[in-house]
Write a protein that binds this ligand. Sequence first.
Ligand SMILES: [Zn+2]
Length: 468
Amino acid sequence: MLSPVPKSIRFTNCVVYTPWRIEDSVVFTDKVLQVGGSLKADVELDLSGAIVAPAFIDSHVHMSSSAFKLATIDLQGKSKREVLKHLKTAKPAFSGWVYARGWDESFWSKKQYLKPDEIENQNPVLAVRVDGHIGVLNRKAIELAQSMGINVTTDGIVMEHELTRLVSQITKEFDLNEWLLKAQSECLKLGVTTVCDIESDEFLSYYLRSPPKIRVVFSPIGLTKRAWKTGEVITSKLFIGFTKLFADGSIGARTAAVSFGYRDQSGNPTLFYSDSQLESLYKESLSRGMEVMTHAIGDLAVQQVVRVSRKFQNRRLRIEHNELVLPEELEAQEVNLVCGMQPNFLQWSYPGGLYEKRLGEHILSRNNHFKCLLEQGAVVAFGSDSMPLDPVYGIKLALNAPNPKQRLTLKEAIRCYTYNSAYANHLEAQLGSIEVGKTADLVILDSQSLHVLQTYFEGVKVYSTETI
Ligand SMILES: [Zn+2]
């Protein structure tokens, strides 16, 4: 914390996105006192034209993955040659294993997964793909994983549940807390003061051991046996969120349920549940007081979640990802859902990118329809899915979407990452907009580069660059 006691502060010479309208000043203590107007304050700061927005709320993260990303070898954005070089020299840090994450073959010229024999290292190596759904092992690791009873394919790939089992075994001794706190500091650096964190329910113990520096809406994967209720306050910065369900898998792993199949190889586009099974899960969760958020990427999964959700009116049900666009009449029905979506996924929507490679050219205009959904009145709440956790990166992609019809204005993109995310997490009464009486969680952005210059949490400056 850079300044412990919040005095009243007035920002002037700035562009305040409330985000509904633009103002030229804001006065705040731990709460917002005035937006626009001439109220005096203890401290007056001239922001030289910078943007002031509500601090970002990332409505879909996996802090475990963000923490691991800091602790493990980060392969994201690297060429295949760089990936192999990193893996060759990497030292084992997890029970004798080398654990690396983030490779993405969709950016490589030969768009093929890593192969076991390409990974030259004496130690067992697990290299997890950027989506977190599959990992590739080297020969040494295949032997060891099989001796642990893990299912490995003939290509040295470990998928989904088996991958989770392997990761939990090799990270058993690893103290995640230190890295989890570092990942939270990273959030503040990126202008994020609140996250909806989707984890296994035991993960809550990490937050109880080291109280979070940011607000965490903790959302357990699957129906939890614990007597938690949505909105329940665990500590001042820790709340219970939603039951996270999965209707299908991912495009990267070819397990997203798409009606038109996969172009490059035969995938397994199946729904994880029948409608009635999914409906019972909703009923069970809602009857226990837990609202539901459901992962749905392929069009078949999106249609299923729309169908099932229609049976539960007056709920703030969430559909997560909602990537592939439906026929128009169905898309309109998503208006009744909160659409938790990832602008950073547009990184795969360029010609030659992952979407085209896996699903064909037709998908380039039929993914991530943020603009259409907003125009129809849907609540589009942005989140990063920790790929990477960086709202400004996502906002820039939303402003420059490969499909020009889907490009958002800065005001819209900020609203999706602030007010709409607050709404998705039932926090809109306190957070997500700069209005009198609301919590003063603010971010200051460079007006040209949108680079985060400062972050305020409840009126306290918690991050600042040198340049302001
Ligand atoms: Zn996720």
